[in-house]
Ligand binder design. Structure first.
Ligand code: FES
Length: 262
């Protein structure tokens, strides 16, 4: 069946809510995208008239019946700051859903989701989808400090949640790679989203050798639709564009040593 074309149009702002320091949740009314979005896909949002290029933002939640989508956004520059100041009822220019998302195996019963920092954004959507399919989900969530952890009220309902903080302020002291062996051993599929050092550590961790692991890459994007080649990465199957071939890839397909810091 042919993929639906991405929607290019407007979305109405429903709410903007601070969820932790430097991170807010933007809820939009956009039935066209809510109906088609899959976990791991993203949208391109225009951030005011001053900035020409749209910004790529992971979809962290989508609900087809209500026509709503949720985005979890870190305020990291002028564009995202502009977004954080929007008011309910305003219209935003949006393109999406874009990219290839996560694939949940029909036979996989137990899924392990590993989120480093803002990596929780697309995994939130994936966890909800997995639960709706009757899968058992363990979420491993890591951050440098407890303050940088997504608050429980914004986390998806999962069967088990393991928290890791480097300063030991909450949960296990350490990083997501310090998660207990049992969670890895009993999962048939692993999904990860986080910063590059986390991926490099996971790629070296022998406990994941035999596992099917999908990772979501976050790179700079200009067009988001395969035109500018600005998001090209080297993989074991040749050069790939993150915006179209990804952002989700198999862990083993990426040449981690060749990837410049994202
Ligand atoms: Fe332009 Fe991917 S962002 S080709």
């Amino acid at each position: 069946m042919a993929e639906a074309k991405p929607y290019l149009g407007t979305a109405s702002v429903l709410s903007v809510e601070d969820i932790m320091p430097g991170v807010f949740r933007l809820r939009l009314q956009c039935p066209e995208i809510a109906a088609e979005a899959k976990p791991g896909q993203f949208v391109m949002l225009k951030c005011g008239d001053q900035l020409l290029l749209r910004r790529p933002i992971s979809i962290s939640d989508a609900n087809a019946p209500s026509g709503q989508i949720g985005l979890m956004i870190a305020t990291v520059g002028k564009g995202t700051e502009w977004l954080s100041l929007r008011k309910p009822g305003e219209e935003l220019d949006i393109l999406g859903p874009l990219g290839n998302g996560f694939t949940i195996g029909e036979k996989a019963e137990k899924l392990l989701l590993i989120a480093g920092g803002m990596g929780i954004a697309p995994l939130n959507f994936l966890a909800r989808k997995a639960a709706s399919l009757g899968k058992k989900v363990t979420l491993v969530l890591g951050a440098r400090t407890g303050e940088l952890l997504c608050p429980p009220s914004h986390l998806p309902k999962v069967d088990e949640c393991v928290i890791c903080t480097e300063d030991a302020s909450i949960g296990i002291k350490g990083r997501v790679t310090d998660c207990p062996d049992a969670h890895i051993a009993e999962s048939q599929q692993v999904f990860a989203c986080g910063p590059l050092p986390m991926y490099r550590a996971l790629a070296k961790d022998h406990r994941f050798n035999e596992k099917s692991m999908q990772v979501s890459l976050e790179v700079r994007m200009a067009c988001g639709i395969g035109l500018c080649y600005g998001c090209t990465v080297k993989t074991r199957n040749g050069l790939k564009q993150v915006c179209q071939d990804g952002p989700v890839f198999q862990m083993g397909d990426i040449s981690w040593g060749d990837l410049a810091d994202l």
